[in-house]
Design a protein around this ligand. Structure first.
Ligand SMILES: Nc1nc2c(c(=O)[nH]1)N[C@H]1C(S)=C(S)[C@@H](COP(=O)(O)O)O[C@H]1N2
Ligand SMILES: [Mo]
Length: 190
């Protein structure tokens, strides 16, 4: 069996367990818009077709939820964060990316983690379109951070220099959330 590394305090499970802060408004793909704005040289507003015309990539990664389950080897397909960075050109002072879901979710991601080579805006999971409960039609996936940073139903990415907290960060969860450092809550103890 292939050896897989599990971050401290985690257990392997077979599949994703959906977590949602509330109901998600319906969407037709022809109405899909992804806003990319904030401190960038080139703000973007992408339609679904425009998103699919960008270079597509695949990332295989484990997924670690702060509630202590981890799913091995998920295969995500979509547009790499690095492709988005090349297109929108964040200003030098940028330190954070706020990711927003269309139902009102938000989360702050440190720019250095957003810019990792395995961060992806995914529209497929294991070869199929994202299931509704896993963020259809598009979600952010930041494999290097706990799963609450991987905003589902992605509607907007805002690049900022100042830190502004998202939904769970305002409720005590960590601003960074690195599973290898067990950055669960702000005090790293809970
Ligand atoms: N838009 C949105 N994204 C979200 C959430 C949410 O409530 N809304 N929950 C987060 C949390 S707490 C987790 S653990 C993961 C769960 O991903 P899954 O539902 O695909 O298992 O999504 C994250 N992304
Ligand atoms: Mo979560």
């Amino acid at each position: 069996m292939m050896e897989r590394k599990l971050p401290p305090g985690q257990e392997w499970v077979d599949g994703l367990i959906p977590y949602d802060i509330g109901p998600v408004p319906p969407l037709r793909l022809e109405d899909f818009q992804l806003r990319i704005d904030g401190e960038v040289e080139n703000p973007l507003q992408l339609t679904w077709e425009e998103l699919l015309e960008l270079p597509q990539a695949e990332v295989k990664a484990d997924f670690h939820c702060v509630t202590r389950w981890s799913v091995p080897d998920l295969r995500w397909e979509g547009v790499l964060a690095r492709t988005i960075i090349e297109l929108c050109r964040p200003k030098e002072e940028v330190r954070w990316v706020l990711a927003y879901g269309r139902e009102g979710y938000s989360t702050n991601v440190p720019y250095g983690y957003f810019a990792q080579e395995d961060t992806i805006l995914a529209h497929k999971l294991n070869g199929k379109p994202l299931p509704p409960e896993n963020g259809w039609p598009l979600r952010l996936v930041v494999p290097s951070l706990y799963a609450w940073k991987s905003a589902k139903y992605l509607a907007r990415l805002e690049f900022t220099r100042e830190k502004r907290q998202g939904y769970w960060e305002e409720r005590g969860y960590h601003d960074v959330g690195d599973p290898w450092k067990e950055e669960r809550r702000w005090d790293s103890r809970a």
